[in-house]
Write a new protein. Structure first.
Length: 123
């Protein structure tokens, strides 16, 4: 599998994971110049902006570690754009999903709700 196919595998797995837990998938791969959000989903009072990182079991960097401050800034900027275009009363939340996959099969999913916040940004 190439990088795009591996990423899509992880995103599909997380979309199913969220749907099974009562989330409504609003959008996938929301893009603006300089940013992308893998999954936008809602549940209860929250709109979750989800970054999905898919890794092999032997990867030196975890999916969580890959979402560094620079990546978070791009996600927050993209989330602000989304909310300005599609106003919502829902509370924004930033989640990270780490998927471990090998040979086209998902081996493990780890999900962190509210993994970071947008302190200092004006929603």
């Amino acid at each position: 599998m190439n990088k795009t196919e591996t990423g899509r595998l992880g995103e599909n797995a997380i979309s199913e994971y969220l749907s099974a837990r009562g989330y409504r998938i609003i959008c996938r791969n929301y893009r603006i110049k300089g940013g992308e959000i893998d999954i936008i989903a809602s549940k209860d009072d929250f709109i979750a902006f989800v970054e999905v990182k898919t890794r092999r079991p032997d990867s030196l960097e975890s999916g969580f570690d890959a979402v560094n401050q620079k990546k978070r800034n791009f996600i927050i900027k993209t989330a602000i754009d989304y909310i300005l275009k599609y106003p919502s009363e829902l509370q924004p939340r930033f989640d990270i999903a780490s998927v471990i996959a090998l040979n086209g099969k998902v081996l493990d999913i780890n999900y962190i709700k509210n993994a970071y916040d947008a302190t200092g940004y004006n929603f």
